[in-house]
Design a protein around this ligand. Structure first.
Ligand code: KG4
Ligand code: ZN
Length: 338
């Protein structure tokens, strides 16, 4: 990995992040969360998200420039796909302008790749390829195979909802606040036993795909018959939901590791913070992979941030180009390759 001084920007969904990185070293980082804004609407309203990003990004950049003068920056990187187009355009246009002003190359980083590489932010993790990676977030559930850092393809993905999206919708059915994932985990930890069960979706399918819209419907029908009145009842449902949602992630990752034989297994994305998922994944994969080769993103960098964009840029340097080649797209660039 060549180490360049990179300024990275993340605005693919609702967060606004700026980082300056040199290899894995973080020289500056800032993240402006919009959680308070989206709690009111129980989800992200795209127009509201991009307006706020356009307001706060210049201030974060100003702070970054104080920490590391921009004339020293060798590359300006930005998440340019996939995501909400208005949000992506906000970051992309600022970075284009920086590339133009400072006459330095720019690089568009795919958001899935940023989550994929994020476990390498662990300082003591050895960077090895081939790598197999699971990205689990509010917008994505994909298994990725990287023969090398510049050759990455999708080997499996959700056919409908992403796992985080399903958890957020299920939390709503249970009257839990947004975002639902952390709330479901918090309640599930208090469940003593699980009388409730939901079938794990796509567990037996002979591929590496997933599906989560059925789980949400199963919970909806269950609640119609058995309304959850007490905290204990809700906790049991949350625990059952996590078991059903995570078993396919764990088993398909296990099968993929057995088939592809990677040097390392990587897991990133907002849902990968979940301690049940981490524990079950580690237990199962350590049957076939030494534990130091099972890498999870540092908890701080599981949800959207610019640090993972800065790190990814180091792996993707060869794809950098002049500012006018940078384009935003709501679709992942990985579909062009798979
Ligand atoms: O990576 P991320 O910030 O945004 C996307 O790229 O989508 O992920 C956000 C998702 C949300 O669906 C949220 O509910 C989920 O990550 N999440 C969790 C936990 N913390 C956040 N899911 C399960 N357990 C958690 N502790
Ligand atoms: Zn994300």
């Amino acid at each position: 990995m060549k180490e360049s001084l990179v300024l990275a920007v993340e605005t693919s969904c609702d967060e606004t992040g700026v980082a300056v990185m040199e290899g894995r070293k973080v020289l500056f980082e800032a993240l402006a969360s919009q959680l308070d804004l989206h709690r009111q609407t129980q989800g992200v309203v795209p127009e509201v998200a991009s307006r706020r990003q356009a307001e706060v990004l210049p201030f974060l950049l100003k702070r970054a420039q104080k920490a590391v003068p921009f004339d020293k920056i060798e590359l300006f990187a930005v998440t340019n796909s996939p995501g909400l187009l208005g949000s992506l355009l906000c970051g992309v246009n600022f970075v284009k302008m920086l590339g133009f002003l400072y006459r330095k190359p720019t690089l568009g980083v795919d958001h899935l790749l940023a989550h994929f590489f994020s476990p390498f932010l662990n300082r003591n993790a050895e960077i090895r390829f081939p790598a197999l990676g699971l990205v689990v977030s509010g917008g994505h559930t994909v298994l990725l195979w990287a023969e090398k850092s510049s050759e990455i393809r999708i080997i499996g993905e959700t056919l409908d909802d992403a796992v985080g999206e399903a958890l957020d919708k299920i939390a709503r059915l249970l009257n839990l606040p947004y975002p639902g994932g952390p709330e479901i985990e918090r309640l599930a930890k208090t469940a003593k036993d699980t009388k409730v069960q939901f079938p794990p979706p796509m567990l037996k399918s002979n591929d590496f795909n997933f599906s989560y819209s059925g789980l949400k419907t199963a919970v909806l029908y269950y609640l119609r018959k058995h309304p959850a009145k007490t905290k204990t009842e809700k906790a049991q449902i949350c625990r059952a939901v996590l078991e059903s949602a995570f078993l396919p992630l764990v088993e398909k990752s296990y099968r993929a590791v057995r088939e592809f034989k990677p040097e390392v297994f990587l897991m990133g994305g907002g849902v990968s913070i979940n301690s049940f998922l981490r524990q079950w994944m580690k237990e199962r994969l350590s049957e076939i992979l030494p534990s130091e080769r099972i890498l999870f993103a540092p908890k701080k960098y599981c949800t959207d941030n610019a640090v993972m964009v800065g790190l990814s840029a180091q792996f993707l340097l060869s794809k950098a180009g002049p500012w006018y080649t940078l384009k935003a797209s709501p679709q992942s660039s990985l579909y062009e390759l798979s």
